[in-house]
Design a protein around this ligand. Structure first.
Ligand code: PLP
Length: 293
């Protein structure tokens, strides 16, 4: 889908305070070339990003996304973004999104090779219609990610807790899932624990208890999963972060993949095991489509 809006940010220090950062933004033609061929984001995937859902011009859950962007930057030894500067850039981009559902993408790259500063930019675009998949769901296969659960502590240079631009592996996993006849994938650790999907978090239901894999094993802490847990707690359900063995997947009563743009995709099969679409799915979707601060 064509980009509709783009702005380049001239990053300032994380502690710089200003009421108005608009002088540090340059709106550019989203269809015109804007990056140097020396950009390390394109040469090496060396940078971090966030994708924020926008509904009728309202950017959802901006603070958790900005906090995760800062955390990803820290893990990658990139300068920590100035939260207020990026918050204002998100507001400008979200206002440029057409009515309906859109996405604002934030990118912070290591910049041009041997250059003085990181490159930072924000885009806004409408998104595909996910209403069908939110209602009818996805089938998934489990795929071995090839690392043990404690890989993040043992090998932090793999940057597994950061949302880096290096998503080629995640995209390859989705292609493998499709080759195996499924819509999506769930990564397992090499020692047999459940992790996440290539572009989404996993939530499992066991009776009235909802569980997601603890975000300590080098997985991304999903902003949508946090929102869903808040909603579920408010409805009186028990929620928890746990180490989930792969064997638990076949005992779940229901399961969902959740993420900022697709929102909720109920899982209708994990490998050979079928699952019903839980009646809560519609309420979760409705909640995630409502404006959240
Ligand atoms: N895990 C991975 C690997 C992701 O790429 C994403 C989103 O892109 C998520 C989880 C879900 O994160 P969020 O709910 O913040 O979109």
């Amino acid at each position: 889908m064509a980009q509709r809006f783009a702005l380049i940010i001239d990053p300032v220090g994380s502690s710089e305070e200003r009421a108005d950062f608009s002088g540090t933004f340059t709106v550019v033609d989203a269809a015109a070339p804007a990056l140097s061929v020396g950009e390390l984001s394109t040469q090496r995937g060396d940078g971090v990003f966030e994708t924020i859902g926008v509904i009728d011009g309202h950017a959802q859950e901006v603070t958790p996304h900005l906090e995760r962007l800062a955390n990803s930057a820290r893990i990658c030894d990139l300068p920590v973004p100035n939260q207020e500067q990026w918050r204002q850039a998100v507001a400008v981009a979200a206002a440029a999104c057409p009515a309906g559902e859109g996405a604002v993408k934030l990118i912070l790259s290591r910049g041009v090779e041997h250059g003085p500063t990181p490159t930072a930019w924000v885009t806004a675009a409408p998104v595909a219609d996910f209403s069908e998949v939110r209602a009818t769901g996805v089938t998934v296969v489990t795929l071995d990610r090839g690392y043990p659960l404690d890989v993040a502590e043992r090998s932090p240079w793999l940057l597994l807790g950061a949302k880096t631009l290096s998503y080629a592996v995640n995209m390859a996993a989705l292609r493998e899932a499709r080759r195996r006849g499924a819509d999506d994938a769930i990564f397992l650790s090499s020692d047999g624990f459940v992790l996440e999907a290539p572009t989404a978090s996993l939530i499992l239901r066991f009776g009235d208890r909802f569980v997601t894999p603890a975000p300590t094993g080098g997985i991304l802490h999903g902003t949508t999963q946090l929102s869903v847990f808040e909603y579920l707690s408010g409805q009186g359900f028990e929620t928890g972060y746990e180490q989930v063995p792969a064997s638990a997947l076949s005992t779940a009563d229901a399961a969902w993949l959740v993420s900022s743009i697709r929102l909720v995709a109920p899982i209708t099969a994990i490998d050979a095991h079928s699952l019903p679409v839980d009646p809560l799915t519609a309420a979760l979707t409705e909640y995630l489509l409502s404006p959240r601060p």
